[in-house]
Design a protein around this ligand. Structure first.
Ligand code: ADP
Ligand code: MG
Length: 237
């Protein structure tokens, strides 16, 4: 425990919550499938970044998380890799329809980046990823979603449009990620986020990532996460 404490201090890492799993040092410590390990190697990810070392075991254990770290710290893989694990871990879900993993991001550029990152890791398991954001034809998006997917990466407004059009249902969603929550609030997406969260079953796993934690985001986190572990890396938040 002493070494973990020293290590966290040296990287300006703060962790709070009940029964926090120990950080991992390598991707091999995560229990990932050989296919997923291969996909990680292809990315030249030698070892997990500090936020990944802390977040991976927390998320893999099924816990909710609040991850606060600045841009470029590797937050995407911290939620995408356990999402693949989560989907493969629930074969009973394969029978139903609709995405299992739902990721909300503030802008189409960010949603697209997350989409690309998810695809790299999802394809090794035949997991389908769809991107849903403004600027694309609604009809094309409707058709793609109707064809089925296990992961949807979306901006909040367009996702609501698609739900209203019955392009997808949230009945199978059990893994919800709110990425760059502070920016989504800045852009006025709070009502849309609340609406989306309200449509996803309460026994879901919820992950919230943000560069800062303004009071409104803090309030949302208190309302929609259960017993989260909070990980802060660096002098942010
Ligand atoms: P954030 O969401 O925190 O801003 P990203 O997830 O976009 O950060 O990652 C930033 C960059 O670091 C990306 O180019 C990504 O491919 C790369 N990256 C992520 N994890 C690792 C890792 N473990 N080793 C090396 N590079 C990584
Ligand atoms: Mg990011």
């Amino acid at each position: 425990e002493q070494d973990v404490a020293e290590y966290r201090k040296s990287l300006a890492i703060r962790v709070s919550g009940f029964d926090v799993p120990r950080p991992v040092k390598t991707f091999d410590d995560c229990g990932f499938s050989p296919q997923l390990m291969n996909a990680i190697k292809k990315q030249d990810y030698e070892k997990p970044t500090p936020i990944q070392c802390q977040a991976l075991p927390i998320v893999l254990s099924g816990r909710d998380i609040i991850g606060i770290a600045k841009t470029g710290s590797g937050k995407t893989a911290a939620f995408v890799l356990p999402m693949i694990f989560h989907i493969m871990d629930q074969p009973e879900l394969q029978k139903e329809e609709g995405p299992i993993g739902v990721i909300c991001a503030p802008t189409r550029e960010l949603a697209h980046q997350i989409y690309l990152e998810s695809k790299k890791f999802a394809k090794s398991h035949g997991i389908r990823v769809s991107a849903v954001y403004g600027g694309m034809s609604k009809l094309d998006q409707f058709k793609e979603l109707k064809a089925g997917c296990e992961i949807v990466v979306a901006t909040p407004g367009r996702l609501i449009d698609m739900i209203k059009m019955k392009a997808l249902t949230m009945q199978r969603a059990t893994y919800l990620v709110l990425d760059e929550a502070d920016r989504m609030f800045d852009l006025g997406f709070e009502p849309q986020i609340r609406s989306i969260v309200g449509q996803i079953r309460p026994d879901r796993q919820t992950l919230l990532f943000s560069a800062t934690m303004p009071r409104k985001v803090e309030k949302l986190a208190r309302e929609i996460l259960s017993d989260p572990v909070r990980v802060t890396v660096g002098e942010v938040g």
